[in-house]
Design a protein around this ligand. Structure first.
Ligand code: SAH
Length: 390
């Protein structure tokens, strides 16, 4: 097995559990390897930190899978998947109320480059690293044996596959043909389309935030901007919100919202197909009791960060302007690069721009089925603030 030796002083984050070896931290590589192979990672004194998937095409040269003496083989993969299932069981997932959840969260479950989301009796698998893709056979075996799903589907993560250099298709890997899958989140009935939706079919990271918002939604008129399949609005309606207006630029997503409204017997749902900024700027909606803004990632790379922060500030100014006095605003950023402090600063600037006083009631992130290693802030991608706009 090839060996990657780190520069002196660069091993500390790894000893603390940060799972990435950047190319700049490497002193030398001993022995040849193919992209996607497992390599050994050592500190400058030759002590083995562990083993991981290597990819010379990536800035992230090695993604750690095994720590210390752990061998990276099919048995380890099966064990990791078993551990991941045990954690979700401890978290009460699945439950009567919730059958859509994340089973494997990449680095957070020590299986970098692998996401597995569960929708009812279907597992949706997504690869974001070549090394994980190379062991897909072992992953499917373990999932089939341990979860006994009706079907396993692969959902292509196009950009990542290209970056990492592997072919990836959206397809049924095992079991039945899958169109729509019935499942539930916080008691809301859903029909997910893993093969045709965004992400693996849903944005599961927001489940707990949707539930929290629902608990405060009684009697509210809700504006849910970037609604996707209606997640926040549906949770609010289930808890007694009086109506919801759902805005998204995707016609397909809004079709989901309408079928979800029907499925749950909510008659007071309006869908608006529009660009969010255009909608908020030109329609100038006012007087809502509860406003949700949950945009896609604004900052993809570090060079986009300033523009992204300006975008969040403008969006939240518009969202605050749409709030009735004393309304609630649930606002999110899913940009890895925007940390919690910067996001709160953006909200403060937006409050100034909108001429409103804002109280932050809760600050949170993704749910516990999206765990992260403590030394890996990169994994805590979601920032969520629940505010009152006076
Ligand atoms: N709130 C959703 C997740 C939102 S994901 C949930 O709880 O599940 C981001 C959404 O923004 C996607 O549905 C995408 O279609 C939509 N979107 C992307 N760009 C947009 C734009 N410019 N205007 C409005 N919606 C947009």
């Amino acid at each position: 097995m090839a060996k990657v030796v780190l520069k002196r002083g660069r091993a500390n984050p790894l000893w603390h559990g940060h799972p990435w070896v950047y190319s700049g931290a490497i002193e030398r590589e001993e022995g040849g390897y193919q992209p996607g192979d497992v390599v050994e990672v050592c500190d400058a004194d030759g002590r083995r930190i562990g083993r991981g998937f290597a990819n010379p095409r990536s800035q992230i040269r090695v993604r750690m899978v095994g720590w210390r003496d752990e061998q990276v083989d099919d048995a380890l993969i099966a064990r990791r998947i078993e551990e991941a299932i045990a954690l979700r069981t401890k978290l009460g997932l699945p439950s009567e109320e919730t059958t859509a959840y994340r089973l494997i969260n990449s680095e957070g479950d020590a299986l970098p480059g692998l996401v597995v989301d569960v929708y009812g009796d279907v597992c949706a698998v997504q690869f974001t690293a070549l090394g994980a893709k190379r062991v897909e056979g072992a992953i499917y075996e373990a999932l089939a044996a341990l979860m006994k799903p009706r079907a396993i589907v692969e959902v292509s993560a196009g950009g990542f596959a290209q970056l990492e250099g592997f072919g990836s298709a959206t397809r049924v890997v095992r079991g039945d043909e899958v169109e729509t899958v019935r499942c539930r989140e916080n008691g809301v009935e859903l029909e997910v389309e893993p093969l045709r939706g965004q992400k693996t079919g849903m944005f599961l990271g927001q489940r707990e935030n949707r539930r929290r918002l629902g608990a405060l939604a009684k009697g509210a008129r809700v504006l849910d901007v970037y609604t996707y399949a209606g997640g926040f609005a549906l949770n609010a309606l289930r808890s007694g919100a009086t109506s919801a207006t759902c805005v998204d630029s995707s016609a397909r997503a809004l079709e989901r919202v309408r079928s979800h409204a029907e499925l749950n017997h909510f008659s007071n749902v309006e869908t608006v197909e529009a660009d969010a900024f255009r909608f908020l700027e030109t329609t100038r909606p006012k007087g809502w009791d509860l406003v949700v803004v949950d945009p896609p990632k604004f900052a993809r790379a570090r060079k986009d960060l300033d523009a992204a922060l300006k975008g969040y500030e403008r969006l939240n100014t518009l969202a605050m302007t749409a709030c009735a006095p004393g309304a609630l605003l649930a606002t999110s950023s899913c940009s890895q690069l925007v940390d919690g402090e910067s996001f709160e600063r953006v909200i403060a600037a937006a409050a100034r721009d909108a001429g409103r006083r804002v109280q932050v009631l809760e600050s949170s992130s993704q749910g516990p089925d999206h765990p992260v290693p403590p030394a890996f802030p990169e994994g805590r991608y979601l920032k969520f603030l629940l505010c009152r706009v006076v």
